[in-house]
Design a protein around this ligand. Sequence first.
Ligand code: HAM
Length: 432
Amino acid sequence: MADTFQKLSAIRGMNDILPGDSAQWDKLEALVRDWLRSYGYRSLRTPVLEHTRLFTRGIGEVTDIVEKEMYSFTDSLNGESLTMRPEFTAGMVRATVEHNLIYERPQRVFAIGPVFRHERPQRGRYRQFHQIDVEALGFAGPDIDVELILMLARLWRTLGLTDIRLEINSLGSADERLAHRQALITYLEGFQDQLDEDGKRRLYTNPLRVLDTKNPALQTMADGAPRLLDFLGPESLAHFDGVKQRLDDAGVAYRINPRLVRGLDYYNLTVFEWVTDRLGAQGTVCGGGRYDGLIQLLGGKPAPAVGFAIGMERLLDLWTQGATIEPTPECDVYVIHQGEAGARRAAAVAETLRDAGLDVILHAGSPSFKSQMKRADASGAEFAVILGDDEIAADEASLKALRREAAVNQRRVPLAALVDVIIAELSQTDPD
Ligand code: HAM
């Protein structure tokens, strides 16, 4: 009982999205859904909670996510280990396999929602964040890899983002990575005493990730390491050439970054990231690539796939930078009432206005006229409808224009004509 009245706060790195900001989220989400629909993507919603082994197997044991970032716990009812999804791909593939989704035809699917990673919070890095995740399941060719990249280029254009650049690489096939891995281990063994704890541990488990070092002293070592691109065979090279060719044809600029390896183990062939310098240290807005082995690894018949995820917080940060964001009105009409009769009539009037498709806030709370007018003004509504004793007695309402230069700022309108008058006025001067 001791802490009954103590103020509680949200978990660090898990943010509330307040009403003042949520309009911007809604707007972005609506825009994104239109964009996805225009490319034929349909939503696939999977649970937030999955068996831990889905992620250890899918993402890989020796990855930052699985080693230290998952929110996992034991279900006290049956002792199973469960995990809050740290990304969408593994769950999307699990659902695809479980429901036999791709054996008749390939699927273009997407999901938008929260994912969870126990990282150190800072700008652009949170413990609960949101992804727009897009997966093309059952497609093998470079054409679909490029479809995804072109889609993204279109989204950036729609949002007016210019300072965002594309980096691509190819991770080849499992055999090619194995040959490269042997060469890399031999090379890295020469630097063993310079590696930090993580590096030493990963030397034999995930040597590619050793090259991902942030340590400036190890840059020369990383720069001189054998490059995976030099180990690619003809098939992988042809796939990569197919991607590059199509990007050139479409006029999309890119940089080949031989060090781009991504932080999840399921990738092969094409990988890509979209990066900006305008978000500080966390500049990767979107990452993705091909994962042709994952469907089989999660128990399905072998089938190729490719996808990406956008970090929504980062995208919003970039999108809203420097832009003056007009507060979104809460409603079209704010209904003010005075006296007992006015209050009772107001509820019915508000419903009639809503029947006509208008967004209406019916005043509740303080009865003072002044404070009702203040609320009406703060709501961003175009009109206040005022119902006092006089108005009710005459079967009328007072209509007050709150934001526009009207010939008469306030006038009496018969209740029977109210909807028509408001709609006519809105359509006359409404810029939309
Ligand atoms: P990822 O690179 O781990 O890829 O995450 C995708 C995006 O999520 C990142 O580019 C970044 O924008 C955002 N992000 C990652 N961690 C955080 C964080 N802690 N806070 C805020 N934003 C973050 C994946 O998750 C793959 N499943 C993508 C994919 C889909 N590959 C194939 N299909």
